[in-house]
Design a protein around this ligand. Structure first.
Ligand code: KG4
Length: 336
């Protein structure tokens, strides 16, 4: 089954063709990062307009790259939640028109379910149940993936997402937008014990997290040094910051695996590309005999291949939509 998939929930327009949920036949991405970098963050209306401009040509490109005609497509999948609402609406409306024009089923896909499915591309042997640590710019949650389409949230951040923290601190350091990957590179050879930064505990909730205190502490450290005319060691600072994030995520993900008894842990979302978090997860899973699954770096960030992948399993579960499909800025992952 060939699925033509669309993703437009934030600042990447993406179109892909995926065969039988696991094989990426083509994957095209038009990034708007340069445009939003001017403002230091995603400007929602600009994002929507850029999606409108890019999506038609990108669709032609995805079909060409796949060596397919419109008649080869069996279904259309699209991210319909969560995300910047104007941006998601562009993809949803375009996908509806394409599905209608081609006369094929329309499959709505939850964006975070798509991120989780990126693991199926890299690991053909991975099957639910497993635990997935989903870490991106907009969300940080630990998900019990009970089956391909049944999921529940075991824990998550009570305030900022981990990616948002990387981005806000990276912005103050002026090291590039979005800040996560540059912070990762900057801290690679730094000393992660040099600067003391807080690891928050949410009382009464073993799997929940909080990052706003860490973000404030890191920004205060930078501002105080600036005011006193002191120079921080930036590689050590970035390493200490990355370590604090990893120290919040990794033990909770491991606790969730122990709690569910699944014995398998996956990671998903843009922050899943972080080298420190990947290394710490590898070490923890090695110690505790847990099988670890991580997507290839190119499938950690937003892409449409992951949407086509999850779309296949949603289709098999009978989750298709009519032409009245709407887009949603927020939606619990358990609702699909
Ligand atoms: O999943 P994603 O592409 O978009 C959302 O759905 O949010 O994630 C983007 C986030 C940004 O916050 C970005 O800074 C972060 O992923 N990110 C990283 C790394 N690469 C991307 N954070 C830490 N380390 C990285 N290597």
């Amino acid at each position: 089954m060939n699925i033509l998939a669309f993703e437009s929930s934030c600042d990447e327009t993406a179109v892909a063709v995926v065969r039988d949920g696991r094989q990426v036949v083509s994957s095209c991405i038009a990034s708007q990062i340069e445009m939003h970098a001017i403002y230091g963050g995603v400007v929602p209306e600009i994002a929507s307009r850029k999606h409108v401009e890019a999506i038609t040509d990108l669709t032609k490109q995805a079909l060409e790259q796949a060596g397919m005609e419109k008649s080869d497509i069996d279904a259309v999948a699209v991210t319909y939640a969560p995300g910047l609402i104007g941006a998601v609406l562009v993809g949803v409306n375009f996908a509806k028109a394409v599905a209608y024009g081609m006369g094929v089923p329309l499959i709505p896909v939850h964006h975070t379910r798509g991120h989780i499915a990126a693991n199926y591309i890299t690991h053909p042997d991975l099957e639910p149940p497993f635990v997935c640590l989903c870490v991106s710019g907009g969300n940080t949650i630990i998900v019990d993936v009970k089956s391909y389409t049944e999921m529940s949230v075991l824990g998550g951040t009570r305030d900022d997402a981990a990616g948002e923290c990387f981005d806000k601190v990276g912005r103050v350091l002026n090291i590039g937008y979005p800040g996560g990957a540059p912070m990762d590179r900057l801290g690679k050879d730094g000393d992660p014990t040099r600067y003391e930064l807080p690891r928050a505990h949410v009382q009464g909730s073993e799997l929940d997290m909080s990052f706003s205190g860490l973000k404030t502490a890191a920004l205060n450290l930078l501002h105080n040094a600036q005011q006193k005319g002191e120079k921080l060691d930036l590689p050590d600072f970035a390493a200490s910051f990355g370590q604090a994030i990893s120290d919040s995520l990794v033990p909770r993900a491991m606790a969730a695996v122990a709690m569910t008894g699944h014995g398998k842990l996956a990671i998903a979302g843009g922050v899943a590309a972080n080298s420190r978090i990947r290394a710490d997860l590898q070490a923890a899973c090695g110690r505790e005999g847990v099988s670890l699954y991580m997507p290839e770096l190119r499938y950690c960030g937003d892409n449409a291949a992951m949407i086509g992948c999850q779309g296949y399993y949603e289709y098999l579960a009978g989750h298709t939509a009519g032409q009245d499909l709407n887009a949603y800025a927020t939606r619990d992952i358990s609702l699909g």
